[in-house]
Design a protein around this ligand. Structure first.
Ligand code: OXD
Ligand code: MN
Length: 603
C-alpha cells in the first residue's frame, strides 16, 4: 500500500517533546506502541514550526501555494474525491448503553469499538510522522475552556488546527501536571482514506475520540464537531452548561446600545453570512460584529446566559461566498487561509461557483479533483462543500469581546432552517418552553455539508441532530432545565430566509437585508417592537418591520408572514410523527406544547 503521509524529519528544535502531564505522555506512548510511527512530532504552534510544516506539506503535494500577490500566505488542499463531507452514517456515539446515545445517534458498544479501531490503528502510522497537537477550546482565561490533544498523521490537520484552535504552550499551561485533570484524547489516522474503513467514534464517558479513514475537516479537526459539540454537549449536560451549534453576533445601535444574539441554523444555511452581516444603507450607524460563526458554549451567570466561541478560526462553505453575499468573509479569506476543494486558476488564484456574481469566471481552471475545467465543463469547478479555513483575527468585524473569558450576555436565541413553505420569515415564541419546542421541531432542507441526498426536509432539533452526543430526549430535558435556572432568559425566535413564492423564487432577499428581521428581534428585546399574536407565536405586523428602501410589495410581505392553516396542519402532524419516531424519549412538556399550538389553531 502506498504511504500517503511519509514521515518528515524536523531540524533540531522543532517537534521536540515538551515536559508535561504524565497522563498525556502515557497516552501518547500507548498510541505510539499501537500505531508504530516512524517518529513523533510535538506541535507548539510557533512560526518556525509553521514555516517548516508548510514547506513539507508542499513537498508532499498536500498543499499548493497560491499566488502570493493575489492571496498572500495561502494554500490549496485537495482531499480524496471519496472524502469531501461529514459522514453521519459512519459517525458513532459509543456510550456504555444504547439508550444513552438515544434514537438519533448511531450507537456502538465501547469495548467492541475500541477493539475494532485498535485493530485498524495497529501499525497504521508505519513510515509516517505522528503529530501531537496540544490545544484549547475557548478563550485562554475562560472557566468554560477545555483542553484537548489530537494525535494525527495528517500534516493538513496540523496546519488546519493551528488556525481553528489555540495551540501549543497555552494548552500545556492550562492543563498543568495534575494527572486527574480533565482533557480530551483525540486520535486520528488517515489510514488509506478508504470509505470502507472510515469511522468517527466518540466515547463521551472517557472524553475520547477516535477518527480513522478520512482527511476531510469535519471528520478530522477533532476540536470542532467532535469535541466542541458531541463530547461538549455530553459534558455540558453533566456540568450544567450548554454546547450549541450556534453563531454569536453583536448588534450595536447608532446610540451605542448593544445586544448579543445566538442563532442555530443547520450546516450550510448561512450562519457565517449572518454572523458577518453588513446592514443596508438605511441602517447607517448600526454595527454588527462577530463573536463566532458555528459554535457557542454558554453558561448561566446572574440568571442570564453568557456565551463564548470556543474556536479560533472559521471553517466555512466557499461556494456562493462573494463580495455581495459576504464581504467580511471575503476579506477574512483574502490572506493566511487554507482552501480545500476549490478550483485553481491559471494565475494561481482560487475560484468557485458564485465567486463573481456578475458571472465573469475564468476561461480555464483546474477543478477540485485536479482536472482541466472550462465554463463548458459539465462538472463544477469547486466542490459544493469546498471550504475555507481562516483565522478569526482576519475578520474586519471581529467583536472586541471575542476573547472575553466571561463571555457575552445573550439577549435572544434564533432558530432557523431552509424551508420553501410553511415557516414565516420570523416569529417569536411565547416563552422559554415554547421556544424549546420551536427548536426541537425545527427542520431544514438538507445541504452538501454531509454526504447524502440534498434538498430533503429533515427535522434537525436545534441544528444539533448530527452533533448531540447523547440521548436527544435528555438534551430536550436539559434545555427545559436550563430555562428553569434563568431569571432573565433570552427571547426565542424562529427565522426562515428561504420561503418561496408560487413562482418558485425566494420571497426574501436575505443577506444584508436580514438586518431588517434582526432589527425587529432587537426591538422585541428592548420591549419596543410591536407584534401580532398568532397560533404559532408572535409575528411582526407589516408596520413593525423596517422595510424602507427595500424593493418588496405588500403582497410579498404578506406571503412571507403568512401562517397558512392547512400547511400548519401538515406541519404539526410532521412534528407528531417526528416526536413519535423518537420512541418515547420526548419530554411530556414538549408534547404538551404541540397540543397547545394545535388548540390555538382550533380557537
Ligand atoms: C460545519 C458543519 O462544517 O456544520 O460547520 O458541517
Ligand atoms: Mn457547523
Amino acid at each position: 500500500m502506498k504511504n500517503i503521509a511519509p514521515a518528515i524529519s524536523p531540524p533540531k528544535g522543532i517537534g521536540d517533546r515538551p515536559s508535561g502531564n504524565q497522563a498525556v505522555l502515557d497516552w501518547v506512548h500507548e498510541v505510539e506502541l499501537l500505531a508504530k510511527p516512524e517518529n513523533i512530532f510535538w506541535c507548539d504552534g510557533s512560526d518556525r514550526e509553521h514555516e517548516f510544516l508548510l514547506q513539507e506539506a508542499q513537498k508532499q503535494n498536500v498543499l499548493i501555494k497560491l499566488n502570493e500577490q493575489k492571496v498572500p500566505r495561502s494554500y490549496l488542499h485537495r482531499s480524496n474525491p471519496n472524502d469531501v463531507a461529514r459522514v453521519e452514517q459512519f459517525t458513532f456515539i459509543c456510550t456504555p448503553t444504547e439508550q444513552e446515545a438515544g434514537p438519533t445517534n448511531n450507537w456502538s458498544d465501547p469495548a467492541e469499538t475500541y477493539s475494532k479501531l485498535h485493530g485498524l490503528l495497529k501499525g497504521a502510522m508505519r513510515g509516517r510522522t505522528m503529530f501531537v497537537i496540544p490545544y484549547i477550546m475557548g478563550p485562554p482565561d475562560s472557566t468554560l475552556t477545555k483542553v484537548g490533544f489530537e494525535i494525527t498523521d495528517s500534516i493538513y490537520v496540523v496546519l488546519s488546527m493551528r488556525i481553528m484552535t489555540r495551540m501549543g504552550e497555552v494548552a500545556l499551561k492550562r492543563l498543568g501536571n495534575d494527572p486527574k485533570a480533565e482533557w480530551n484524547r483525540g486520535t486520528h489516522s488517515l489510514l488509506d482514506v478508504d470509505p470502507a474503513r472510515r469511522f468517527i467514534c466518540h466515547f463521551p464517558q472517557d472524553n475520547t475520540i477516535i477518527s480513522v479513514g478520512s482527511g476531510y475537516g469535519g471528520n478530522v479537526l477533532l476540536s470542532k464537531k467532535c469535541l466542541a459539540l458531541r463530547i461538549g454537549s455530553y459534558l455540558a449536560r453533566k456540568q450544567g452548561w450548554m454546547a450549541e451549534h450556534m453563531l454569536i453576533l453583536g448588534a450595536e445601535s447608532p446610540e451605542g446600545k448593544k445586544h448579543y444574539i445566538a442563532a442555530a441554523f443547520p450546516s450550510a444555511c448561512g450562519k457565517t453570512n449572518f454572523a458577518m452581516l453588513i446592514p443596508p444603507k438605511h441602517f447607517a450607524g448600526w454595527k454588527i460584529t462577530t463573536v463566532g460563526d458555528d459554535i457557542a458554549w454558554m453558561q448561566i451567570r446572574d440568571g442570564r446566559l453568557f456565551a463564548v466561541n470556543p474556536e479560533n478560526g472559521y471553517f466555512g462553505v466557499v461556494p456562493g461566498t462573494n463580495y455581495k453575499s459576504n464581504p467580511n468573509a471575503m476579506k477574512s479569506i483574502s490572506h493566511d487561509s487554507l482552501y480545500t476543494n476549490v478550483a485553481l486558476t491559471d494565475a494561481g488564484d482560487v475560484w468557485w461557483e458564485g465567486k463573481d456574481p456578475a458571472g465573469a469566471g475564468p476561461k480555464h481552471a483546474i477543478d477540485w479533483r485536479g482536472n482541466d475545467w472550462t465554463p463548458d465543463s459539465k462538472d463544477k469547478a469547486a466542490h459544493p462543500n469546498s471550504r475555507f479555513t481562516a483565522p478569526c483575527r482576519n475578520n474586519p468585524v471581529l467583536d472586541p469581546d471575542f476573547e472575553k473569558g466571561d463571555g457575552v450576555p445573550i439577549s435572544a436565541i434564533i432558530f432557523g432552517g431552509r424551508r420553501s413553505t410553511t415557516l414565516p420569515l420570523v416569529f417569536q415564541s411565547f416563552d422559554w418552553n415554547h421556544g424549546v419546542y420551536l427548536g426541537a421541531t425545527m427542520a431544514s432542507e438538507t445541504t452538501a455539508a454531509a454526504t447524502g441526498a440534498v434538498g430533503q426536509v429533515r427535522r434537525d432539533p436545534m441544528a444539533m441532530l448530527p452533533f448531540c452526543g447523547y440521548n436527544i430526549g435528555d438534551y430536550f430535558r436539559h434545555w427545559l432545565a436550563i430555562g428553569k435556572r434563568l431569571t432573565k432568559p433570552p427571547l426565542i425566535f424562529n427565522v426562515n430566509w428561504f420561503r418561496k413564492g408560487e413562482s418558485g423564487k425566494f420571497l426574501w432577499p436575505g443577506f444584508g437585508d436580514n438586518m431588517r428581521v434582526l432589527k425587529w428581534i432587537l426591538d422585541r428585546c428592548e420591549g419596543s417592537g410591536g407584534a401580532v399574536k398568532s397560533p404559532i407565536g408572535f409575528l411582526p405586523g407589516i408596520h413593525d418591520l423596517d422595510l424602507v428602501e427595500l424593493e418588496i410589495d405588500h403582497k410579498g410581505v404578506d406571503e412571507l408572514l403568512e401562517v397558512d392553516h392547512e400547511q400548519w396542519k401538515t406541519e404539526l402532524a410532521e412534528h407528531k410523527k417526528f416526536f413519535d419516531s423518537l420512541g418515547g424519549v420526548v419530554p411530556e412538556e414538549l408534547m404538551k406544547q404541540r397540543e397547545q399550538v394545535a388548540a390555538r389553531f382550533a380557537e
